[in-house]
Design a protein around this ligand. Structure first.
Ligand code: FAD
Ligand code: 2HG
Ligand code: ZN
Length: 476
């Protein structure tokens, strides 16, 4: 194979996707800086293909030039996995122009979209066709389905519908050789060997570039009920979750827990949102039930759960949304925690999962340990309790510079928290992924055989190491 020099590569890329879609000058910060503004890279070029054959042509050209590629969707990832490194030698491949809804197959309850389709647009397309696409994240106005698949995103409906992985029926992928795998079958059953779809999902752009996906659709719920409950402790929140599972069954679609400090940040930075109950109770829970039957029956069951929880002392007070707009406001408060943290200043983010049965003990033990280790430490503890997933974030003590705290304390705090997570049988990443932020930490917590198999897979599928190198697994 002939090799390409960098000028030849740029010429080939311009021929492949069109001159206006190869950006090398001007303000490229939207592509080169991560969402949290922790890191900034420098791309050789930002390349914006408009079709799958164009993606294949870009990958082939980069492979020929030995230039690596960083796939990017909405650039909302939180683990520094979607921006180029600082070398100025990587191609940033943005999928944003590939945003079409290709097909809705109502009988198969499936929708096929291109990878750059913004999640909210996908939700709306499904709804216009009379269906629900249940994946829901605070970043849904800008993240893309390609990025959701790349990270196997979770979000707030996982307790009922599963992670992005569970919602995917098929993929179209450009591999590291620039070949196109046409896997958009939409089949619900297919046991013809290794399931490459599941290998690609959650691989954070290191094994292939997802160009389109067939995703599952669900019936639209007829009634949705939302409550905000004050709970005296994490253990009480876990007991409330048990009651909700017992009485609501598959109707339980959301179960989020939020600590007092997390909610105080929303109250401080967005006082207009009027956070309920947060001053009176150490934790609040946001609970959602979705049903295909009438609201009257669902409401009876939903309120029964809260009554039983109240009698048992699991809930100290609760409000049930009386309208769609009240329910939306409650969800908006929950979704604003990430933005409120950003307003407060950088903190040390953790995205951990634990068996639900271990969460109360983990929080009690780790809260106390961090308070001993770092005087005045503030914990932004919130997350998807229904899935055993906490965002156990660590904010600098009052008066201490956030950036300095992050710089000097992150490694130490990570070790303290992740060792505790390991002690309770948990994972250091529940939904955000590894990216470059956790790539050097992963070997300390991942089963060594699993890690060795991951490295072998990476070497087999991408022997040149051109797809998002330095993310997920280091090869040397
Ligand atoms: P990007 O950030 O562009 O990329 C993420 C990773 O996927 C990178 O490694 C990238 O290389 C890879 N990638 C992107 N597109 C492709 C593709 N087409 N093919 C292969 N690889 C690709 N995450 C959750 O899981 N749950 C949440 O509740 C949640 N809430 C959030 C709330 C806020 C306010 C913010 C800012 C982020 C939140 N996130 C959450 C994180 C983030 O939104 C998700 O990780 C999302 O899935 C990223 O999508 P994206 O399109 O922005 O991907
Ligand atoms: C959420 O659940 C996101 O809101 C972001 O996963 C978590 O800000 C965070 O740490
Ligand atoms: Zn989350």
């Amino acid at each position: 194979m002939t090799t390409l020099s960098l000028p030849q590569l740029l010429t080939t890329l311009r021929q492949a996707v069109g001159e206006p879609h190869v950006l090398t000058e001007g303000d490229l910060s939207a592509f080169e800086q991560d969402w949290r503004k922790r890191s900034r890279g420098k791309a050789l070029a930002v390349v914006r293909p408009g079709s799958t054959p164009e993606v294949a042509a870009v990958v082939k050209a980069c492979a020929q030039a030995g230039v690596s590629i960083v796939p990017q969707g909405g650039n909302t990832g939180l683990v520094v996995g979607s921006i180029p490194d600082a070398s100025g030698t990587q191609v940033l491949l943005s999928l944003q122009r590939m945003n079409a809804v290709r097909n809705i197959d109502a009988a198969n309850l499936a929708i096929t979209v291109e990878a750059g389709c913004v999640l909210q647009n996908l939700q709306q397309a499904a709804e216009q066709a009379g269906f629900l696409f249940p994946l829901s994240l605070g970043s849904e106005g800008s993240c893309t389905i390609g990025g959701n698949l790349g990270t196997n995103a979770g979000g707030t409906q996982v307790v009922r519908y599963g992670n992005t992985r569970e919602l995917c029926l098929g993929l179209e992928v450009v591999n590291a050789q620039g070949e196109i795998w046409h896997g958009l079958t939409g089949l619900r059953k297919d046991n013809t060997g290794y399931d490459l779809r599941h290998l690609m999902i959650g691989s954070e752009g290191t094994l292939g570039i997802i160009t389109a996906a067939t995703m599952k659709l669900y019936p639209l719920p007829a009634a949705k009920l939302t409550a905000w409950a004050g709970v005296p402790s994490v253990q009480h929140a876990v007991e409330l979750l048990g009651l909700a599972h017992q009485h609501l069954g598959a109707g339980l679609t959301g179960f989020e827990m939020m600590g007092q400090f997390a909610l105080s940040l929303v109250d401080k930075h967005y006082p207009q949102l009027r956070v309920p109950l947060w001053q009176d109770t150490p934790y609040c829970v946001l609970l959602e039930n979705s049903d295909t039957e009438s609201e009257m029956h669902a409401r009876e069951r939903f309120e029964h759960v809260l009554e039983v929880a109240f009698e048992r002392g699991c809930v100290s007070d609760a409000v049930v949304a009386e309208s769609l707009s009240q329910a939306r406001n409650l969800w908006h408060i929950r979704e604003s925690i990430t933005l409120a943290q950003a307003e407060e200043g950088l903190n040390i983010k953790h995205d951990i999962s634990l068996p639900v049965s271990a969460i109360a003990a983990f929080v009690a033990q780790t809260d106390a340990m961090l308070a001993r280790e770092i005087e005045g430490v503030r914990l932004v503890n919130f997350g998807h309790l229904g899935d055993g997933n906490l965002h156990y974030n660590v904010q600098a003590p009052v008066g201490r510079d956030n950036a300095e705290f992050l710089r000097t304390q992150e490694d130490r705090v990570n070790t303290l928290v992740y060792d505790a997570v390991r002690g309770f049988g948990g994972s250091i990443s529940a939904e955000h992924g590894v990216g470059s932020l956790k790539v050097d930490t992963l070997p300390d917590y991942k089963d060594p055989t699993a890690l060795a198999m991951m490295r072998r897979l990476k070497q087999a599928l991408d022997p040149q190491g051109i797809l998002n190198p330095g993310r997920v697994v280091q090869l040397s």
